[in-house]
Design a binder for this molecule. Structure first.
Ligand SMILES: Cc1cc2nc3c(=O)[nH]c(=O)nc-3n(C[C@H](O)[C@H](O)[C@H](O)COP(=O)(O)OP(=O)(O)OC[C@H]3O[C@@H](n4cnc5c(N)ncnc54)[C@H](O)[C@@H]3O)c2cc1C
Length: 398
């Protein structure tokens, strides 16, 4: 029989993280964001120490790296709570792209790379970037357009290319760079770990975007001009780039979903407080049916997204990585749209207050819009799910 409950240990941990977010993170949110404008991390660092002292820092990592050794399901249970604040994941050192990069290094990096970068990254001493996307006509929604090249020179690899939207790249200590190493459509790409300050790594700018920068969420543009790396910088094997990207993206996609569900959940609970007290046309707003409809859609959508995400996490835990891919696409597509719609509706239900900067919706709303583009745009997920359905690779009544 299906058991929808978390284990007692995981449930206790989830409650601890929730309480930490409510009591410690949310009250400090405004301070963290305002300090971040000057790239001052004082409050963030202080909160990280408290999370570490409470045994809640990097819970997704194996115990030998200071974590709790949680599987993907456990990660999802906690990330949902952290995501209730846009700075929550950073406090626990579980934010993108570092969390996905830690996972990638753990699985695929050489001993030299692990020794140099993994410890400082997991301890929160440095940050990292994932450098795959290129301006047109390079790799975007279609990674097959990859133009950045790495060529062998003696025992080294030399990388040349142009990338953008390397989140957090400007301040990162190292970057994971995807480059073409042959023209084979399946095995033509490889990943390299590159020192951000190596000769030839040119940080062109942080692309000005719709949302103000939030901590590492600054979108760096890079030129790689004859960047030389040793063989030990290769992740996995040469030719495994596309495969590793999938390995990284599927669980990372679920963790995005959970953070986004957390934010949608917080928004709908903020609306609850307003709707139960504000009167309109002789009764509380909460008693108007059109208001109830918007709340219904948000609550139902969050619940559906939660089930989709946890189901996919469960598949990954059973080793069904390939089968899980279309389910991760469905979850990501659903939750990204849900987040955008929920924030829009909750702004609406708060009226002028929702539009004001007295509430934090303005930043959240702009931040959320990227969710339908980053990590594969909606249309590509639709295409992939339809393709797998026609191939018979999706059970719809699981
Ligand atoms: C905030 C943010 C952070 C990001 N962080 C990173 C990062 O850290 N590292 C990284 O490498 N990349 C990152 N990205 C890049 C992201 O992965 C790409 O934007 C995404 O894959 C889409 O590529 P593109 O922007 O080049 O869109 P394009 O390939 O130019 O596509 C444009 C649009 O065309 C449509 N489209 C594309 N293909 C199809 C299709 N098959 N069918 C129908 N319509 C289609 C979609 O509407 C799509 O949005 C980030 C992006 C954002 C917005």
């Amino acid at each position: 029989m299906t058991d929808f409950a978390f284990s007692p240990e995981l449930e206790a941990l989830r409650r601890e993280v929730r309480a930490f977010v409510d009591d410690v993170v949310i009250p400090a949110e405004a301070a963290i964001l305002s300090e971040d404008e000057k790239k001052d991390r004082t409050t963030l660092r202080a909160l990280r120490e408290r999370a570490r002292a409470a045994g809640l820092f990097v819970p997704h990592l194996p115990t030998e790296l200071g974590g709790r050794g949680l599987g993907v399901l456990g990660m999802c249970a906690l990330f949902r709570e952290m995501g209730r604040s846009p700075v929550g994941a950073a406090v626990f050192n579980c934010d993108a792209p570092d969390q996905g990069n830690m996972d990638l290094l753990l699985r695929s990096a050489s001993p030299e790379i692990k020794a140099k970068w993994l410890g400082p990254l997991t301890r929160g001493e440095i940050t990292s970037g994932f450098s795959m996307t290129e301006p047109a006509p390079g790799a975007g929604a279609d990674p097959g357009n990859l133009r950045t090249r790495a060529r062998k020179d003696g025992s080294d690899w030399v990388i040349d290319g142009h990338k953008w939207y390397t989140t957090g790249g400007g301040d990162a200590a190292f970057l994971i760079v995807m480059a073409r190493t042959s023209d084979d459509p399946k095995t033509g790409a490889s990943m390299f770990v590159v020192d951000r300050h190596a000769p030839g790594v040119v940080h062109v700018r942080d692309v000005p975007v719709m949302c103000p920068p939030i901590l590492v969420h600054r979108e760096a543009e890079f030129r790689y001009e004859g960047v030389r790396v040793p063989e030990s910088a290769v992740l996995g094997e040469i030719g495994e780039g596309f495969r590793l990207a999938q390995k990284r993206l599927v669980p990372a996609r679920l963790t995005h979903c959970m953070r986004w569900l957390g934010l949608a959940d917080r928004a709908v609970h903020m609306a609850k407080a307003y709707l139960l007290t504000r009167q309109s046309f002789g009764k509380e707003l909460a008693r108007h049916q059109l208001v109830q409809h918007a709340i219904f859609e948000a609550v139902q959508g969050i619940h559906a997204g939660n089930l989709m995400t946890l189901h996919c996490a469960w598949m990954l835990e059973r080793g069904q990585d390939r089968e899980a891919r279309p389910y991760s696409s469905m979850a990501k597509h659903h939750v990204a749209r849900l987040l955008c719609k929920t924030l829009d509706d909750m702004i609406q239900l708060h009226g002028a207050l929702g539009f004001s900067e007295d509430l934090p919706f303005s930043v959240w709303y702009r931040f959320a819009r990227a969710s339908r583009i980053a990590d594969g745009p909606d249309e590509v997920h639709e295409m992939l799910v339809a393709r797998d359905f026609f191939r018979g690779a999706i059970e719809t009544l699981v």
